[in-house]
Design a binder for this molecule. Structure first.
Ligand SMILES: C[S@@+](CC[C@H](N)C(=O)[O-])C[C@H]1O[C@@H](n2cnc3c(N)ncnc32)[C@H](O)[C@@H]1O
Length: 440
């Protein structure tokens, strides 16, 4: 890369997505790996002359922020690498200031996209999630690429370039202890690793086979006691029902325990990533949704039934909980997890299609929803508004789509009564919020 790709810039405010905003000759440049207020040399990574804005990475820090710390992991450190891998893009910022930045992004999104007034609303701070004080070792789920030499690898933001890795400090220590980085993954496309937070020890490694037989060869290299499963990729994955999951060593599922309830999670089936997330979110959902005996509640985007099960216990046999999940593999887990709970109806299907019928057949008192990053479809907001639902508890992993949905729901008769943010993704720009909307 030539010198012309390097610019000296003053870094402005933090923006959604983990960038700071800088300006050069009237053009906005989104800069990663910086801290607001710093003066830095930026290596441009996208700088088409015709583009409205450019992108870049910090290559050198001329005037550091007081909140800058040495990055804990070299492959993700932009000062050490031209193509830093993703997954730890806030690792150069002190943990308290990471949380401050997340709170600023959240408030900015709620003001700009959510239509809320910063002076009338007390936007929340970000709460520390139970875990290590250094914010490491929290990921109970990991996903890796495989490079052409058969090594575990990760790529950077908007980049296809793979970097082989030999550790990942955010991964749970039990995953790291399997020695999975020393294995030859030739013939495998993608590797997922998960550990049960029930015992902090049982590990399942999932191998997406590009070549038949490759998974068996990999399994032989892993220590005894590590569960290994393969899914053949006939154009899909085990979770979306198009791939076939096969146990190679031990089991193809993990057992989890949350607030005294048992859950079974198959291979790729959805489960919260932070070790403390399942319990934290369950507790907060129950506290905010306040399910009462005899009530009818829909749990939308329900996953394996994490919230459906305690909700069903709370409404009791006189009540009803509708657990709605779209991915066939995850829905199958929910069916197993809610088996024998007569007040739970487990439905497989897209919320956009299923909710209308459920809302017609039942008099829903409350709805819990925990959509993917894209948030809810506008048809779902409209359906909620036309039903008599009094309380909506909304769990979100994306402040931008959440803010958009705040504006949709507040325009349709709901009031945002409470919102809180949890730092369930330390050292990344991500955050998780839990909100309560009530009918005005
Ligand atoms: C963020 S996860 C939440 C799962 C669950 N609440 C939990 O905490 O374990 C979102 C879930 O929504 C499912 N999903 C995504 N889009 C969907 C849709 N349009 N309709 C139904 N389910 C969907 C995904 O498969 C995933 O299991």
């Amino acid at each position: 890369m030539t010198e012309s790709n390097l610019l000296t810039l003053d870094l402005g405010p933090i923006a959604h997505g983990g960038h700071t905003v800088a300006r050069h000759d009237g053009r906005v440049i989104f800069v990663r790996h910086g801290v607001p207020g710093e003066v830095v040399r930026v290596r441009l990574t996208e700088n088409e002359e015709s583009a409205k804005f450019w992108r870049g990475d910090v290559a050198e820090v001329l005037e550091p922020s007081e909140h800058r710390v040495p990055h804990f992991w070299e492959p993700a450190d932009a000062l050490a690498h031209r193509d830093p891998v993703g997954g730890a893009e806030f690792g150069h910022i002190s943990l308290p200031f990471q949380r401050e930045l997340k709170a600023r992004v959240f408030a900015e999104q709620l003001t700009r996209l959510g239509g809320l007034n910063a002076e009338e609303n007390n936007f929340p701070q970000v709460q520390f999630a139970l875990g290590r004080e250094d914010g490491l070792g929290w990921r109970t789920r990991m996903s890796y690429s495989v490079d052409p030499e058969g090594r575990l690898a990760m790529s950077g933001f908007r980049s296809n370039k793979l970097t082989a890795i030999s550790q990942m400090p955010l991964a749970h220590p039990a995953i790291e202890a399997t020695g999975l980085y020393g294995v030859d993954y030739t013939g495998i496309d993608r590797v997922e690793a998960a550990v049960s937070s029930k015992d902090d020890a049982t590990v399942l490694i999932l191998l997406a086979e590009a070549r038949p037989g490759a998974a068996k060869r990999v399994a032989r290299q892993l220590p005894e006691g590590v569960n290994v499963a393969a899914f053949s990729q006939s154009g899909g994955s085990a979770a979306d029902g198009r791939g076939a999951l096969q146990a190679i060593a031990g089991r193809s599922w993990l057992s989890e325990e949350v607030l005294g309830e048992e859950f079974r999670i198959t291979g790729e089936g959805f489960w919260q990533v932070h070790r403390a997330a399942a319990a934290t979110l369950s507790e907060r959902v129950l506290e905010l949704a306040k399910p009462q005996p005899g009530e009818q509640i829909a749990d939308l985007y329900a996953g394996a039934g994490l919230f459906s099960l305690p909700l069903a216990r709370a409404v009791g046999q006189e009540g009803r909980v509708f657990s709605i999940e779209g991915a066939p593999g995850t829905h199958a887990d929910a069916k197993k997890n809610l088996r024998g709970i007569s007040q739970a109806t487990v439905i497989r299907g897209r919320v956009e299609r299923v909710l209308r019928q459920v809302a017609r057949d039942a008099a829903l008192d409350a709805v819990v929803l925990d959509p993917p990053r894209a948030g809810i479809d506008k048809s779902v907001a409209a359906e909620l508004a036309s039903s008599a639902v009094q309380r909506i508890c909304y769990v979100s992993c994306d402040p931008a789509s959440f803010a958009r949905d705040v504006s949709r729901l507040t325009a349709r008769g709901y009031e945002l009564a409470h919102v809180e943010i949890h730092d369930l993704y330390p050292h990344t720009h991500h955050m998780e919020s839990v909100a309560l909307f009530v009918r005005r």
